[in-house]
Design a protein around this ligand. Structure first.
Ligand code: ZN
Length: 196
C-alpha cells in the first residue's frame, strides 16, 4: 500500500496532468493496445485511450454485431475514461482492455447481466502487465476514483463500472470466484488464495 502512496505523491509532483472535462485529442495514437485497432482514423478520447479500445469484441466480430456506439453511449465511454481509466492509467501504467461497450445483442450472446454497466458503455474489463488485478482494484479504491463498482474477477482481470443512470455511486467492491461451475461473489477485495 505504501509503495502506491509514494508513487501517487511522486506523480503529483512530477506532473499536473489533470484531464479537463472534455478532451478532444489529436488523431495521433499513443494507445497502448495497438493490436485492438479497427479500421479508420483512431479517435483518442484522452491522453492514452482511444475510443476503439472500448469497442472491440471477438464475439461481435464473429457474429457480425455492429459495435458503433450511439452518441449517448460514446459519451458514457468518454466519462468512464476521463473519470476513472485515465487517472488510473496515469499511476498504474498501460492497461489492457479486454471488454468495454457491449450492445444488447452481444451482451445476451455472452450471457451478460441485463443491468450490466457494459451495456451502457459504463464499464471496462482490463488487466496490466505491471500490476496484479487485485493491486489494480485496490489502487482504484485508494485513488478515490468515482467508480460505482469494482470487481476483482477470478484473480485474472478487473471490472470497473461507473453509473449509467442518475443514481448515486455505490463504491461497491466485490471479488468473483468459481465454486464448481458457478460464479460466486464476495463483498470486498480478496486474493484468490484467501477464498477457500
Ligand atoms: Zn466487466
Amino acid at each position: 500500500m505504501l509503495k502506491w502512496l509514494l508513487r501517487i505523491i511522486n506523480s503529483f509532483f512530477q506532473s499536473s496532468s489533470t484531464i479537463p472535462g472534455t478532451v478532444v485529442a489529436p488523431l495521433t495514437s499513443t494507445s497502448n493496445n495497438s493490436e485492438n485497432k479497427t479500421q479508420g482514423p483512431i479517435i483518442m478520447i484522452s491522453k492514452n485511450f482511444s475510443l476503439d479500445e472500448f469497442l472491440v469484441s471477438q464475439t461481435a466480430t464473429r457474429h457480425g454485431i455492429d459495435m458503433t456506439p450511439p452518441p449517448e453511449i460514446e459519451n458514457n465511454i468518454k466519462r468512464l475514461v476521463i473519470d476513472v481509466m485515465q487517472p488510473l492509467r496515469d499511476i498504474a501504467g498501460p492497461l489492457l482492455i479486454s471488454s468495454g461497450y457491449r450492445p444488447e445483442d452481444l451482451n445476451s450472446l455472452i450471457g451478460g447481466s441485463k443491468t450490466s454497466a457494459h451495456r451502457f458503455g459504463c464499464a471496462a474489463d482490463f488487466r496490466s502487465n505491471l500490476m496484479t488485478p487485485l493491486d489494480l482494484c485496490e489502487l482504484i479504491v485508494d485513488l478515490n476514483l468515482p467508480f460505482d463498482q469494482v470487481i476483482h474477477e477470478f484473480g485474472r482481470w478487473v471490472h470497473v463500472g461507473i453509473r449509467w443512470d442518475d443514481q448515486p455511486i455505490r463504491k461497491q467492491t466485490l471479488t468473483a470466484y468459481k465454486e464448481g461451475t458457478k460464479t460466486r461473489y464476495l463483498n470486498g477485495l480478496f486474493a484468490m488464495e484467501d477464498i477457500a
